[in-house]
Design a protein around this ligand. Structure first.
Ligand code: F6P
Length: 527
């Protein structure tokens, strides 16, 4: 019988009947499941576990699950109230429970004029006002030959998304401008980025949701000093044209001395903010039309997540597969392998998205969870990883699910590159699954190692937007099953507080109350 549980009460997934059934199923067929046998027994397996979603084709058939596994996972989603939770998010309810905020990054790509009667009608109007202003500014910068370098200063969601997307969509980049990113408080990064730049021709974008993040503020102040040192008396007059802030903290930006500001809202989480004003470096790089295409691609995936029936709902299927692997197979990590060299920040971007969202050990009520949550996400582009850690993926003692992203059409015109790239992606997935028999020998590949293929026709703004929204929603699904709040990040607080204290101690030499190891290291650093 179908129930519609309240999205607020945490339904402990491990207490549902479906969880118990999944356990039984795992102990029965799940643990011994063999992909090669599954393909031999089910001629329709590839078809059943493949599906189209906006801008991509997903092949889930090389995963360690049967039709029965998937049916039980879908039952789990129902009993955990995942779809009611999804609907609550899309209805603008405060699903970020610890901070009592709605979570509405989907509004950033919701078409204008579609808010009538919706609880977020007012917010949608503000989104489009800001979007129009930001894209008009982006076009102005694109057309301005006096700006040759754009330097984005930000960290976490204010860096990883824009950096990943700007690099990924480099084929669409405006000619004559370079896009540089500074994130680390380590001054080597800023120093190396600023080397040889002309302050008159450089636009700084200070990206920070809060406009208080220590690393970003330190880098922003150093950038301003560098700007003033180069321009002397001219600096004050040029500053409004060469510094812009992307933030929810308009006052903080004004106090810093920045008058050109593009705002966003506290209902956009940092790691979900690429499609807000935080995307300005990308918008300058690819232009307003392409930026809107990216939004449209993401919106199409939002609609897919909202309206596709569960059995054909790709974010739901992927998120449930993540739960199956983490809590039943007990896999620790997922390897993400984009077979496109310009997607070299894909792994880093997904690390924040998933591990900051779902790396939690308590449920929404603060109760300690008895099961594992976020896996470790890691990965580099193919074929590079093949010559490094794929050895472990094929012959190591642990299975690691791999998620390939493969692009059918290349944009470059070099002969003899793309076919080998595609063949390598196919070959890795095939080798992981099929293995090779050499019993007892060094050349034995056990096989039966799972992977997913996400296949895009082309890497372009719309398909990237869809791929990003797919990842956002699959993280929502697993977080929802686990009963956690995927939208806060209290785990980053403690280190920030301790770093402040230790910075003062590095100056003063005060060791009082410190643990033995930290005290010894501090002494060594001061010696
Ligand atoms: O420290 C974690 C974090 O709060 C992330 O969630 C966020 O993306 C990042 O810091 C940067 O924050 P801000 O955009 O406010 O500078």
């Amino acid at each position: 019988m179908s129930t519609t549980p309240s999205p607020w009460a945490t339904i402990r997934c491990d207490r549902t009947p479906a969880w118990a059934e999944l356990h039984q199923h795992f102990e029965g067929e799940g643990r011994q499941f063999d992909l090669r046998q599954a393909f031999a027994e089910d001629a329709q397996r590839a078809t059943h576990f493949s599906q189209h979603a906006p801008h991509l084709l997903a092949d889930l058939s090389k995963n360690l699950m049967s039709r029965q596994t998937e049916a039980l996972l879908l039952r789990l989603a129902e009993q955990c109230g995942v779809l009611a939770h999804r609907d609550a998010m899309f209805a603008g309810q405060p699903v970020n429970t610890t901070e009592q905020r709605p979570v509405m990054h989907f509004l950033l790509r919701q078409p204008a004029g579609t808010g009538a009667g919706q609880p977020w009608e007012k917010e949608l109007g503000e989104v489009h006002q800001t979007l129009d202003a930001m894209l008009a500014y982006a076009e102005q910068v694109r057309a301005d030959p006096s700006i040759t370098h754009v330097v984005n200063i930000g960290i976490g969601g204010s860096d990883l998304g824009p950096r990943m997307a700007t690099r990924t969509l480099e084929a669409f980049k405006v000619p004559g401008k370079r896009f540089l990113f500074v994130s680390n408080v380590d001054g080597h990064e800023l120093t190396s980025v600023l080397q040889g730049l002309d302050a008159r021709k450089t636009l700084f974008l200070i990206a920070s949701k809060t406009f208080t993040t220590a690393e970003t503020m330190t880098n922003a102040r150093s950038a301003r000093r560098w700007f003033e040192a180069q321009l002397g008396e001219e600096a004050a007059a040029l500053m409004p044209q060469r510094f812009a802030a992307l933030t929810t903290n308009i006052q903080g930006a004004a106090e810093f001395g920045i008058s050109t500001t593009f705002g966003f809202w506290d209902w956009v989480g940092g790691r979900y903010s690429l499609m807000s004003a935080i995307g300005l470096p990308l918008a300058i790089s690819i232009g307003a039309r392409h930026f809107r295409e990216m939004l449209a691609g993401a919106h199409a995936m939002d609609q897919h997540f909202l309206h596709q029936p569960p059995a054909q709902n790709l974010p739901l299927r992927l998120g449930l597969l993540d739960v199956w692997y983490r809590n039943f197979h007990r896999f620790n990590s997922r390897h993400v392998a984009p077979y496109h060299s310009l997607m070299f920040r894909w792994g880093a971007y997904l690390q924040q998205l998933e591990m900051e969202s779902n790396g939690k050990r308590v449920d929404r009520e603060g109760q300690t969870l008895p099961y594992d949550t976020s896996p470790i996400i890691w990965g580099e582009p193919g074929t590079i990883g093949q010559h490094a850690y794929f050895q472990m993926l094929h012959q190591g003692t642990e299975a690691v699910p791999v998620e390939f992203v493969v692009i059918k059409e290349a944009r470059h015109t070099l002969e003899g590159h793309h076919a080998p790239l595609l063949a390598n992606a196919l070959a890795q997935a095939q080798a992981l699954m099929m293995g090779r028999s050499d019993p007892g020998g060094q050349r034995h590949f056990p096989g039966n190692r799972p992977s997913t293929f996400l296949l895009l026709e082309r890497l372009e703004p719309a398909s990237l937007g869809a791929l990003i929204a797919l990842q956002e929603h699959r993280v929502f699904v697993s977080g929802s099953v686990w009963g956690i709040n995927s939208f806060d990040q209290w785990g980053v607080e403690l280190g920030k507080v301790l770093a402040k204290d230790l910075e003062a101690r590095l100056a003063s030499g005060d060791l009082q109350g410190l643990d033995g190891s930290t005290a010894a290291l501090l002494r060594a650093l001061r010696a």
